[in-house]
Design a protein. Structure first.
Length: 109
């Protein structure tokens, strides 16, 4: 089976979070065209919510201001086999979407 191309978070609203989304959108479009042209599979992953509201943790900061108060990530209670990736996630990605605290900080709240 040929390799698949996984395309994530390219739905309405997500690219608009960036100052200049056009260059990455154009590169993804080129990758999609080449992958489909080669007959390889394309997998699209998107975030979707039911009509009665988003079933997300209250600490998920992407959903809206009302969810910005509580923690979802306890930094000393998660791990990754790749220490560099783990550090990058805790410093960069996770703080964009959730409050990052230690277990002790969480228990002191």
């Amino acid at each position: 089976m040929p390799d698949a191309l996984l395309v994530m978070d390219f739905q309405a609203g997500f690219p608009d979070l960036f100052d200049e989304p056009a260059p990455v959108v154009e590169r993804v479009a080129a990758a999609l065209e080449a992958t489909r042209g080669a007959g390889a599979p394309v997998v699209h992953l998107r975030v979707a919510f039911p009509p009665d509201g988003p079933p997300v943790p209250r600490a998920n900061r992407m959903v809206g201001e009302q969810f910005r108060l509580a923690p979802t990530v306890l930094s000393d209670a998660v791990d990754d086999p790749d220490p560099d990736l783990h550090a990058a996630l805790l410093r960069g990605l996770l703080p964009q979407h959730a409050r990052v605290l230690t277990v002790a900080e969480h228990l002191d709240r």
